[in-house]
Design a protein around this ligand. Structure first.
Ligand code: HEM
Length: 445
């Protein structure tokens, strides 16, 4: 490696100590990143023992990492638990192989193939909400995970997941814990036997549904529908069960944990902003009335304020708060040298709170996303779904899903937040509201 002419700034000893304490206290990368941004700027290197990523904030570096210079970056170091778990999943592969997988998986997730799922989004929301008693306290972080799992499995895999929910609940939570930041960051080869059982349970289930769909397609000649991702992967000649398992697990994790976080943040924000809650409810009442049947695409499109709330929730609490890469060659980002092999992060959370590009960045203000002001926001300042050729494949799915779930729940229930003061963002596999979003639900007349 050559001597760096313009190395990335690092924390001085005082800031370094503060960061280390913050990390130890909250076990949260977010605290470290926030402090560095505050004290050092929009480009810096974290220098914790065995964990020294280069971190970038703002549109210039977002654009370079995601689009203009993306060929200089691969996804992540291979020892990462995400890579170990997802093996050859589209999220963690690179180059031509990634592009090929992506091309196979794109069609079921295109907006035109997602909108026919609106009735299913609506029905699975009801399947969970009908279990709530009037006046009951529920944790929306838990309830939204149930809804998101039923939706993901029911639509993209065409599997009714409710009967499996209880059995696979803990194994799925364990897998999320396995890929969440933790001690492994500092000790790459750390043995983690605790997770073997969970991986085995989820794997057995996934291989089982692959075998079953293969039988339906190959022996009984069933044609998979365009929206049936599992069927499409099975029907693609030459794709092994292992490779399909990797894509299913990728979608299962990336496709439900993010939506869980988004939906529960929306309920937290509405719970702490009663005016916005009233405005969403009024919009839902006016567009959907009290009709007991799924909304049309046209009606969903007319939920303009609900859409702004979702976008603002994604700005303040982006479920994927940071994108990870590895520099594949020596590169210069924001004028600083980044040597080959460096772990690189583009911070979505801090880009969304950058004072240089947002007015009152910490304030909840859905109106900033009304059409006229949205147009003024420069590209790559708002990147909740990443950008470029490996942006979120499920972006359309997630946004339509969120609108249907939120509108259906507000059509039928009043929500009162009970623990607003104690909720903080927690960096698990996604950025979650912890310790949960406890709400009292009352059935509307
Ligand atoms: C609110 C919901 C969601 C958010 C905020 C979100 C966010 C993101 C972000 C930021 C990326 C890019 C990460 C990077 O640059 O490394 C990404 C990629 C990805 N997302 Fe999502 N996502 C969401 C929902 C979904 C859903 C519903 C699915 C599947 C149904 C999904 C599947 C994926 C996959 C497979 C990738 C990797 C794409 C590739 O590398 O080509 N996501 N997501």
């Amino acid at each position: 490696m050559t001597q760096s002419a313009n190395p990335l700034p690092v924390a001085g000893s005082e800031t370094g100590l503060e960061i280390l304490k913050g990390f130890a206290r909250e076990r949260s990368l977010l605290v470290a990143l926030r402090l560095m941004n505050q004290h050092v700027g929009t480009a810096f290197q974290i220098t914790l023992p065995r964990f020294q990523p280069a971190v970038f904030i703002g549109p210039e570096s977002n654009r370079q990492i995601l689009v203009s210079g993306r060929q200089d970056f691969t996804w992540r170091p291979e020892g990462d638990p995400v890579c170990k778990l997802l093996r050859q999943g589209v999220l963690v592969t690179d180059g031509e192989f990634h592009d090929e997988l992506r091309a196979w998986m794109d069609p079921p997730l295109q907006r035109r193939n997602v909108t026919p799922h609106i009735p299913a989004f609506w029905r699975y929301t009801d399947d969970i909400a009908r279990l709530w008693q009037d006046g009951q306290e529920v944790d929306m972080l838990v309830e939204m995970r149930k809804v998101a799992l039923l939706i993901l499995m029911g639509t993209l895999f065409e599997i009714e997941f409710l009967p499996e929910l209880e059995r696979l609940w803990q194994p799925i939570l364990h897998l999320l814990e396995y890929i969440s930041p933790g001690l492994w960051i500092f000790w790459a080869g750390m043995p983690r036997p605790k997770y073997r059982h969970a991986i085995k349970a989820v794997d057995e289930y996934l291989y089982g549904i692959i075998r079953q769909r293969r039988q339906e397609i190959e022996q009984f000649g069933l044609e998979p529908s365009t929206g049936d991702l599992l069927g499409q992967l099975v029907a693609h000649a030459g794709m092994s069960d292992d490779l399909i398992r990797d894509q299913l697990l990728t979608m299962l994790i990336a496709g439900h944990d993010t939506s869980t976080a988004l939906l529960s943040w929306v309920f937290y924000l509405l719970g702490t902003h009663p005016d916005a809650m009233a405005q969403v409810r009024a919009e839902v009442d006016s567009v959907l009335s009290s009709r007991d049947e799924p909304p049309s695409l046209d009606e969903i499109t007319h939920l303009a304020f609900t859409d702004q709330v979702i976008k603002e929730a994604l700005r303040l609490y982006p479920p994927i708060h940071v994108g990870n890469r590895r520099a594949d060659t020596d590169v210069t980002v924001q004028g600083y040298d980044v040597p080959e092999g460096t772990r690189v992060m583009y911070s979505i959370y801090l880009s969304h709170r950058d004072k240089n590009h947002w007015d009152n960045p910490t304030e909840f203000c859905p109106a900033r996303f009304d059409r006229s002001s949205e147009d003024k926001q420069p590209p790559f300042t708002y990147v909740p779904f990443g950008g470029g050729p490996r942006n979120c494949i499920g972006a359309a799915f997630a946004q339509v899903e969120a609108k249907v779930v939120i509108s259906r729940l507000l059509q039928n229930f009043d929500f009162e937040l009970l623990n607003g003061d104690e909720i903080k963002p927690h960096m698990g596999a996604t950025l979650e509201p912890r310790p949960g979003v406890i709400m009292r639900v009352r059935r509307r007349d």
